[in-house]
Design a protein around this ligand. Sequence first.
Ligand code: PEP
Length: 251
Amino acid sequence: MRKKIIAGNWKMYKTTREAVQLAENLKKSLVNIKNTIVVLCPPFTSLFSVGQAIKNSTIKLGAQNIYYEKEGAYTGEISPLMIKDVGCQFVIIGHSERRKYFNETDAIINKKIKTALNFGLTPIFCVGETLDQREKGIAESTVISQVEKGLMDMNEEDVLKLVIAYEPVWAIGTGKTATPDVADGMHSVIRKSLSKLYSSDLSNNISILYGGSVKPDNIDALMSQENIDGALVGGASLDSAGFSRIVQFKK
Ligand code: PEP
């Protein structure tokens, strides 16, 4: 059985006070959620406080990035050990904004995924094509290559521990959502490539989330698709009523 996961990526928004307020509101409104794993990914500065705010609830904590070393002279970086220490169980890796603005390559992403797993964290590994790549007809090959390179030299047992998020770059923060069919089609492409790389057992058991302008009014249609197991939500995760509705999707 694949896990249903809804993760909120708060990006570079919210002071600690605002983040705690949002987490407390969500803790109240999501008290009865049982079959969906809810993950909040605030900025690093709020991780500890949000972790405290969601204590004694089923909501999980995630970071938006890590460096791939445990410790050392890496000014400005945050290690997997440090995010574990403040209560994180999840970490987003390879988000398109990190690929675009911080030059994260597939090789760096591969190192980060491996390090996260070594520390017992669940990576939410993001892949997705740009508009240009889609228009050139290379959306599928781009995503397959990101999957292959991001998971380079990893065994089946480790890959089964992670979550993949398909996030078409043209749909992130733009208000343009991939239609449920288009999203499901790419999820199916990802499953086929995992099946070739590993096994059909692995590809049937790994959770693949969709991300890209997910909102309360499109989540139900997305979650009704066979290959979509959840969502990575940016903008709409900053509002407690909207995000609560997304978590309580109807199939
Ligand atoms: C994201 O940040 O991963 C994302 C999908 O953003 P948005 O929902 O705002 O498009």
